[in-house]
Design a protein around this ligand. Structure first.
Ligand code: DHE
Length: 548
């Protein structure tokens, strides 16, 4: 813990900042060192993802002290309590932060943020563990699990994943991982599962073992969100890559052991005004199917790096100027084009991964596009499209993705329509489905945040707002304690059933609800005391093959 609440050699008082807070005097310190440490932790867990460790802003507003001291304590206090329709959660009224914690955070924001330490090769090697060496692993699949239909489910607040059978709904394993696992990705062969925690711990799980378990792990930084593995022909399972929020960097690792091979810093110039940015965080990473490359999206500088992994010593990288605040995205149905949201700029950047070029920057009409990996389907009038929902409002935007068959619609926003409400994070369909599912977990209204909107694709018409039906997934889960949010639709392998997480507080009952895709009827409610705060779910086959 720092000796002082602010690194200026003394505890800063309210008087020194000319701040008046009801019930406190000018001689009072803004906060004690102990409070500072507690606030730093809350900031890391709840705020840094959107606002940045150095508080430069991205999905959330900048919170540097030149701004916060003008806004003043009362404003910060009420903003944290009530949130905003543009995506700031209502930490107070939702009960997620207590009144004391909100007061603490409002005061914390008046002080300069501490800079966390660097994390280079020595730290990575220190944290690297191979628990089962490649030569000690099975040479064939040793279990009778239907691996392709497994779901890897993030148990956010218990620091675990659950492997659940997509056919029988049985929990096959609960595996300890990093704090608040963010995503799961699958190796090209389908054998290895990689997960990354918010604390930047990468776990590698061997699905062939009699009981799937960790075989290697490493911590690649202090804070992270993305992991992926090489998928190009001839390079299957050869490398893994993980991207960090802090320090801003990515690392390419051996695909069998996670041995760190090459660390690349992403600090540098913002693409447009070419000023230096100290914290350009690594957002989504995908593996190209057209070249031996990783596609690394750098948030604050707005650059997309196409990193050729064939020669790590003579690393060739194509760096594309795209747009600031790149966040999440996915491929089109042909897997040739990659679409990524520059979310705080309301744009989608489209990369042709065959030609290694930016081919379009499409403006969506909604506020803050948040596609997850997006949804691909064939629209009756527009042909193949990719769709995203939005964090800041209820808009769904569709972009044409077929330059050969439907050139007039290609890389244009062909239509916007509305779903349940703002606060949407994910949208999903499957090649075998005629439905498009949209969530709204961050909507301030409890009923909306516990529901899913469903559109029928074959009924969609150019120029007409499609109707949708609302599935009361939260109600179907039968949980009467807390205020669970319904998040992240994910299909089973066949595309016949769709799973939703009913995400409740850590000490309350959560569930997974499975729905029949044809009839939209409830199939199963999976409840188990081990299912603590389920959020993302990743079907092995669909994730391995980028089907969404
Ligand atoms: Fe995520 C994907 C970052 C909050 C669940 N999230 C991603 C990706 C990034 C990201 C960069 C893309 C990874 C990739 O494809 O390689 N997420 C962030 C944040 O910075 C943010 C806004 C704030 C934070 O503090 O983390 C954030 N995310 C959340 C949540 O609160 C969610 C709902 C619950 C949770 O588990 O933390 C959440 N994020 C997810 C999920 C995906 C994801 C389920 C993967 C979607 C997919 O289908 O691929």
């Amino acid at each position: 813990a720092p000796a002082f609440a602010q690194g200026e050699g003394h505890d800063v008082t309210l008087g020194e900042l000319n701040l008046e807070i009801e019930g406190r005097s000018a001689e009072d310190v803004v906060m004690t060192a102990e409070e500072f440490e507690q606030a730093r932790e809350i900031y890391f867990e709840r705020c840094a993802g959107c606002h940045g460790v150095l508080r430069g802003g991205a999905t959330g507003k900048a919170l540097t002290t030149d701004l916060t001291r003008d806004l003043e304590y009362d404003y910060l206090h009420s903003f944290i309590t009530y949130g905003s329709p543009a995506g700031m959660p209502n930490w107070g009224t939702s009960g997620e932060l207590t009144e004391e914690e909100i007061d603490l955070m409002a005061r914390y924001l008046l002080l300069d943020p501490p800079t966390p330490p660097e994390w280079g090769m020595p730290e990575m090697l220190d944290s690297w563990k191979v628990t089962v060496a490649p030569e000690d692993r099975p040479t064939e699949k040793m279990n009778d699990i239907d691996i392709e239909n497994l779901m890897s489910v993030t148990l956010r607040d218990s620091g675990e994943i659950a492997l659940i059978d997509g056919g029988t709904y049985e929990i096959q394993a609960i595996i300890k991982t990093g704090y608040a696992v963010h995503i799961s990705r699958i190796s090209a062969s389908g054998r290895y599962l990689f997960v990354i925690g918010r604390d930047a711990r990468v776990n590698m799980i061997d699905l062939w073992m009699e009981e799937p378990a960790n075989v290697a792990e490493i911590k690649i930084g202090i804070e992270a969100r993305s992991v992926e593995t090489s998928k190009y022909e001839g390079w299957e399972d050869k490398y893994a890559i993980a991207g960090a929020y802090w320090p801003p960097q990515f690392v390419i690792m051996d695909g069998e052991t996670l041995e760190p091979k090459k660390i690349v810093s992403t600090r540098g110039m913002v693409y447009d005004d070419q000023t230096y940015h100290p914290e350009p965080r690594v957002a989504a990473i995908v593996a190209s199917h057209y070249r031996p490359e990783f596609i690394v999206n750098v948030k604050e500088t707005g650059k997309i790096m196409l990193v050729d992994y064939t020669d790590l010593k003579n690393l060739k990288t194509v760096t594309i100027d795209a747009e600031r605040f790149l966040h999440d995205g996915g491929f089109d149905a042909s897997l040739r084009y990659f679409l990524v949201a520059a979310n705080a700029r309301g744009k989608i950047a489209v990369i042709d991964t065959k030609e290694d070029k930016l081919i379009a920057l499409v403006e969506t009409e909604g506020n803050t596009p948040h596609p997850g990996r997006g949804a691909n389907f064939v629209h009756p009038d527009f042909g193949p499209v990719w769709a995203t929902s939005h964090l800041g409002d209820d808009t769904i935007s569709m972009i044409g993705t077929d330059p050969e068959g439907n050139p007039d619609n290609a890389w244009k926003m062909v239509q916007n329509f509305t779903a349940l409400g703002g606060g949407s994070l994910f949208i999903k369909t499957h090649p075998n489905s005629n439905h498009l599912y949209v969530d709204a977990p961050l909507n301030p209204d409890a009923e909306t945040s516990a529901s899913i909107g469903v559109f029928t694709i074959s009924d969609m018409k150019a120029g007409e707002d499609p109707e949708f039906v609302t599935l009361p997934i939260g109600e179907w889960a039968g949980i009467d304690d807390g205020q669970p949010r319904v998040v992240h639709p994910e299909f089973n392998k066949e595309g016949t059933q769709v799973w939703f997480s009913v995400w409740n507080a850590k000490d309350k009952v959560s569930a997974i609800v499975v729905v029949d895709d044809k009839t939209l009827e409830l199939v199963e409610v999976i409840k188990d005391e081990r299912l603590i705060t389920p959020t993302g779910k990743f079907n092995v086959y669909n994730t391995q093959n980028d089907i969404y």
